[in-house]
Every structure is written in C-alpha cells, then in structure tokens.
Design a protein around this ligand. Sequence first.
Ligand SMILES: [Zn+2]
Ligand SMILES: [Zn+2]
Length: 132
Amino acid sequence: MTKNNTRTTPIRTAILEILSKIKKPLTTQEILCALDKKNINANKTTVYRQLESLKKNHLVNEVHFNDRNTRYEINEEGSHHHHLVCIKCKKVDDISLPEDLHDQEKIVLKKNNFKVLQHYLEFFGLCKNCHK
Ligand SMILES: [Zn+2]
Ligand SMILES: [Zn+2]
C-alpha cells in the first residue's frame, strides 16, 4: 500500500501540472503522452483512476466533444465555460456565455419536471485561421 501511494502521488501532481499548463481539454491518451515526455511511467488505468479521483474532488472537469473520447481540463474556481472547437486545426478556445443556460435549465425543470445538475455545450466549426 505504502509503495503504491508513493508511486501515484507524483503522477497526480504531474497530471495537474500538465492540465494547468496546456489549458485545453486532453484525452487520457494525450495525458499519458505528456507524462511520458516528463519521464513519468504510468499506465492507462492509473491515469484513469487519478482523473476520476481529481474529478470527484472538483479539481478537474470532464469535457465531451463529438467523438468517443472523454477529455479532462483543470477546474479553475468559477470557470464554468464552453468550448469553441476548430474541426480543422483542432484548436480549442474557452468561451463564457453571458447568461449561460440558467434560463433554459429553469424551463426544463418547468416543462419536463427535470432538474438539471450539469450540462455540456461545445461549439464546432472553423477558427479565424481556418476560415476565410
Ligand atoms: Zn483552426
Ligand atoms: Zn454552461
């Protein structure tokens, strides 16, 4: 147990470091590559477990784009936002919506009697370099 703990803690720290530096949502695979570049040996299961635990502690957020991958990004205080994803160069920008979807969530509660706890909204298109 002790051995395991001393091994996973640097990975956890490294994951947080990577995510806060890159400032864009990364897949588990991309996180593994970044760890590898730091000469940190980790397998997919370990990284996944760390991410799940970081998520539970609200240190990272899960992000879903229109593929099968789950991505993770650092959760900065009060940083609920959405993403602009360029389908050509894969650039990802954060965007905050002035009123966000609070009104929509209220409507859903009224109309569907469904209490929304969370939502994901990502925009897909072409960034300023990719569209003329
Ligand atoms: Zn682009
Ligand atoms: Zn939102």
